[in-house]
Design a binder for this molecule. Structure first.
Ligand SMILES: [Zn+2]
Length: 493
């Protein structure tokens, strides 16, 4: 344990080994007050590329044509635990990028900092257009962390291609949240943690993988506290005690569950930034320090790597369960009271707010029997062919007419707005499916069987009865017929 703690300290504070690996920023990340510019990052990556055990590649281009850089550290025999860290889907959330560049610098200067079994892959800026413009969205105006279901943006397409190629056991998405939101300040509070983390939570994912990820969060808490920072499991929501707080959304339109669809442990990290002050990056060094403490724990692991490796490999081969959850949400079934910590803005002291509106449990409200697969009539084949290819989901294009026993589904409505009264979430599609009947499909129609490693992705993306599905996106909603008939059939025989 002492050796582990020493390694953690070394990772958090190691100076650059040679002048060649200096960034344009201070050697000691704790004194950072501005983020690395894209051009400065490019210059740093040029210098670090080709150092022993380090290689840099370009994996794609942003909507405006900027390169998407990937750094590989490690490689070679015996490195069986692949970790992929990516930052800056949101261009204005900076700390993850800086922390990743310091991590790359430190490992490049001292390769022994990388555990012997770890093969590390780092994409420091997923959204270079937003990073340059200081915007959340990319240059096409898209929020990349809401694009993982449809993969309409080149940046998210690149991420998914990369994860399919690497099949990491761990993927980590790096963000920031506002510590000083208006609602908190109105109460004289600030949000308490310096850094937060959550794990994949869609109820279709293998329970053992979700449990392993949650178990890891406990060790992350200990490591971050040891480094002198405050840690909480990541949550979203309003101000306690009356507003709802809940862990991260189970939807697959974000990177957390979107990349979790490939079967590994998937996490999101969010560091606390102050937005209301004049200089929002005055405390950047503190955020980067908290990030590096968490990265150290992710690289080191919590001592369960062999069993997690076996669990993940087994889960990736698992057939789908007999029922698919289609409606699920966070609840607090016993009105359990949580002591929710906040910071007193005036004194900086920790206060505790008792609330029973902190959701504790993911509840499944509705399932549908798992079909054999999905069929897409020829008229809608083109957009679905493109969608399936972007997700690497195998399908067959019918060369001759074929008959199926299939259920047809109809979109009754899409509820766009967040429901303030009942705290229910936007983008719900309300769908009714009928009884199975014989359907003859013409050549050019698509058949998507629910088999193999892509079955989880196919079920999460294509299932028409899903409450959070494709038809919340305008491009897919317009494929529904005038009577609401959806262009996907649930094939049961
Ligand atoms: Zn974000």
């Amino acid at each position: 344990m002492i050796i582990e703690l020493l390694a953690l300290a070394a990772l958090a504070a190691a100076p650059a080994a040679t002048p060649d690996l200096r960034t344009a920023l201070p050697d000691d990340h704790r004194t950072l007050t501005r983020t690395t510019a894209f051009a400065e990052m490019e210059e740093f990556l040029r210098r670090v590329d080709g150092q022993p055990g380090v290689s840099v590649s370009v994996e794609g281009a942003s909507a405006a044509g900027r390169p998407l850089y990937l750094v590989h550290l490690g490689g070679g025999e015996g490195r069986t635990w692949r970790i992929f860290l990516y930052a800056r889907q949101h261009g204005d959330e900076v700390a993850g990028t800086d922390a990743l560049l310091y991590l790359v610098r430190d490992i490049a200067g001292k390769p022994g900092l990388l555990p012997e079994d770890v093969d590390l892959w780092v994409m420091p800026i997923v959204n270079p257009d937003g990073a340059e413009a200081g915007t959340r969205e990319n240059s096409a105006g898209a929020d990349l962390n809401r694009d993982h279901m449809v993969l309409e943006q080149p940046e998210t397409q690149t991420l998914h291609r990369l994860v399919r190629r690497l099949l990491p056991q761990v993927v980590v998405d790096c963000h920031e949240f506002g510590r000083d939101s208006e609602g908190y300040r109105a109460r004289g509070w600030l949000k308490w943690p310096d850094i937060t983390m959550d794990s994949l939570d869609n109820p279709l994912f293998d329970r053992r993988v979700r449990d392993a990820a949650l178990r890891f969060l406990g060790s992350a808490d200990a490591a971050v506290r040891t480094a002198g920072h405050r840690f909480l499991r990541y949550w979203v929501g309003g101000v306690p005690p009356n507003d709802e707080q809940r862990p991260s959304a189970p939807d697959v339109d974000g990177g957390l569950n979107g990349l979790g669809m490939y079967g590994g442990l998937s996490f999101i990290i969010e560091a606390a930034a102050r937005h209301a002050d004049g200089d929002r990056d005055a405390d950047l060094g503190n955020r980067v320090d908290a990030y590096l403490a968490l990265f150290g724990q992710i690289l080191r692991g919590d001592g369960h790597r062999a069993e997690d490796l076996a669990t993940i490999e087994d889960a990736r081969r698992r057939p789908l369960p007999a029922f698919l959850p289609t409606n699920y949400l966070w609840v607090n079934p016993e009105a359990t009271v949580t002591e929710f910590p906040v910071l007193d803005q005036a004194t900086g002291r920790t206060a505790s707010v008792a609330t029973a509106n902190m959701m504790t449990t993911m509840a499944v409200k509705r399932t549908v029997p798992t079909p054999l697969g999905y069929a897409v009539p020829a008229a809608a084949a083109a957009p679905f062919r493109a969608l399936l290819e972007r997700h690497g989901i195998p399908f067959e294009e019918l060369a001759a007419p074929r008959s199926f026993a299939a259920e047809s589904c109809e979109l009754l409505r899409v509820e766009d707005e967040f429901d303030e009264v009942y705290s229910r979430y936007e983008g719900r599609q309300i769908v009714r499916c009928g009884e199975a009947a014989a359907v003859d499909l013409a050549p050019g129609s698509l058949w998507v069987p629910l088999v193999g490693e892509a079955a989880v992705r196919a079920a999460l993306i294509v299932e028409p009865a899903a409450m959070y599905g494709l038809y919340q996106y305008p491009r897919f909603r317009e494929l529904a017929g005038a009577d609401g008939t959806l262009p996907v059939l649930r094939v049961v025989r």
